[in-house]
Write a protein that binds this ligand. Structure first.
Ligand SMILES: NC(=O)c1ccc[n+]([C@@H]2O[C@H](COP(=O)([O-])OP(=O)(O)OC[C@H]3O[C@@H](n4cnc5c(N)ncnc54)[C@H](OP(=O)(O)O)[C@@H]3O)[C@@H](O)[C@H]2O)c1
Length: 305
């Protein structure tokens, strides 16, 4: 259903007043967006990680994966993140995007994980073949492997229009010294890091640095690979969840990530349509302010001990 002009005015008034929208209106509201500092491009504030899209040719999982992609796309999701390092994920999601004819409607990010220049080139050409499309919105050096070498190729392919943005990824705090040095040395459009209610160390240096330098941020592991769901167990949502329009724990965890001033875009991994729907809904409505963020931290910390 479309948002009428009257509803759009109501939505703006509700956000300005801080009271929020009624549930039916909220469900129809457009997804909140983030502006990528280096390109000015605006994309929805939520992505989807495809690490687990691995299946044999005749596996029944393929239909489940296809339904998840279809739901994500229908609900307004754009950003999908994969890697040649995730089993046959690039093959699987390339086929799904071709089948659903949504390759060009999505914002596709992949990675390269090779030390050697020629190996990196072969790896990235293979990603193009498997995922299709004239260009990738984002190519990332995976886990800082061969970073200087791969970035040289990636910068020249960006100039040729094969990549719209380039960046680097890690999910290990131990790589943050190296990451910070790379953020100083290279002009990066994106960094991808682990940041969640359960692992906030990126907020000490990497996120403020990204903010200062105008580098967009993707956050992998927004659920700590499921650890946050285990921590809260069957607990009901706290009262403050209503103040941020969160109707599930997933939305609470995602909204915490989104509300950091560096504007991180979480890329929760899911292969289930109902989880994709839940996660996309986190990109609507209000986000916690600094006081509520602190309260959320006080809430989760004892549960993670
Ligand atoms: N170094 C790197 O570059 C790096 C490292 C790690 C991850 N990544 C990227 O980040 C993405 C996310 O990482 P991840 O998948 O490992 O961890 P994650 O997003 O923290 O957690 C994924 C887990 O949460 C579950 N889940 C998802 N949505 C849910 C919902 N709404 N309610 C309940 N459970 C939900 C998933 O199960 P279901 O599948 O059953 O939904 C899965 O078990 C990866 O897919 C990948 O693209 C990059």
């Amino acid at each position: 259903m479309k948002f009428t002009r009257r509803e759009a005015i109501k939505a703006t008034a509700a956000l300005v007043s801080g009271l929020g929208l009624s549930k039916p209106l909220l469900a129809q509201a457009p997804l909140n967006r983030v502006t990528i500092p280096s390109s000015g491009q605006q994309i929805p504030r939520i992505g989807m990680g495809c690490r687990n899209y691995r299946a044999e040719a005749n596996s029944p999982d393929l239909a489940v994966f296809r339904d998840t992609f279809a739901a994500y796309h229908r609900l307004g999701g754009k950003l999908v993140d994969t890697s040649p390092n995730y089993g046959n994920s690039e093959t699987v999601i390339g086929n799904i995007m071709r089948e659903l004819k949504i390759r060009d409607a999505l914002w596709v990010a992949s990675k390269v994980d090779r030390e050697d220049r020629e190996d990196g080139i072969a790896r990235m050409e293979r990603s193009f073949k498997l995922l299709g499309g004239e260009y990738f919105e984002l190519m990332q050096v995976h886990n800082l492997i061969g970073t200087d070498t791969q970035l040289e190729t990636m910068k020249s392919w960006k100039e040729q229009g094969r990549f719209r943005h380039i960046g680097v990824t890690t999910s290990s705090d131990r790589q943050y010294d190296q990451l910070a040095a790379l953020m100083e040395k290279h002009t990066l459009d994106f960094v991808q890091i682990d940041y969640s209610m359960g692992n906030r160390s990126a907020a000490e240096r990497i996120l403020p640095m990204a903010q200062d330098k105008g580098i967009a941020v993707l956050t992998n592991l927004p659920f700590g690979r499921g650890r946050l769901f285990n921590a809260v167990g069957e607990r009901p949502l706290p009262d403050w969840a209503t103040d941020i329009d969160a109707t599930s724990w997933a939305q609470v965890f995602l909204k915490y990530v989104m509300s950091h001033p560096a504007n991180p875009i979480p890329i929760p991994g899911t292969t289930k349509a109902h989880h994709a729907e839940d996660n996309v809904a986190a990109a609507r409505g209000r986000l916690p302010d600094a006081n509520l963020r602190a309260e959320m931290e006080r809430f989760i910390d004892p549960l993670l001990l």
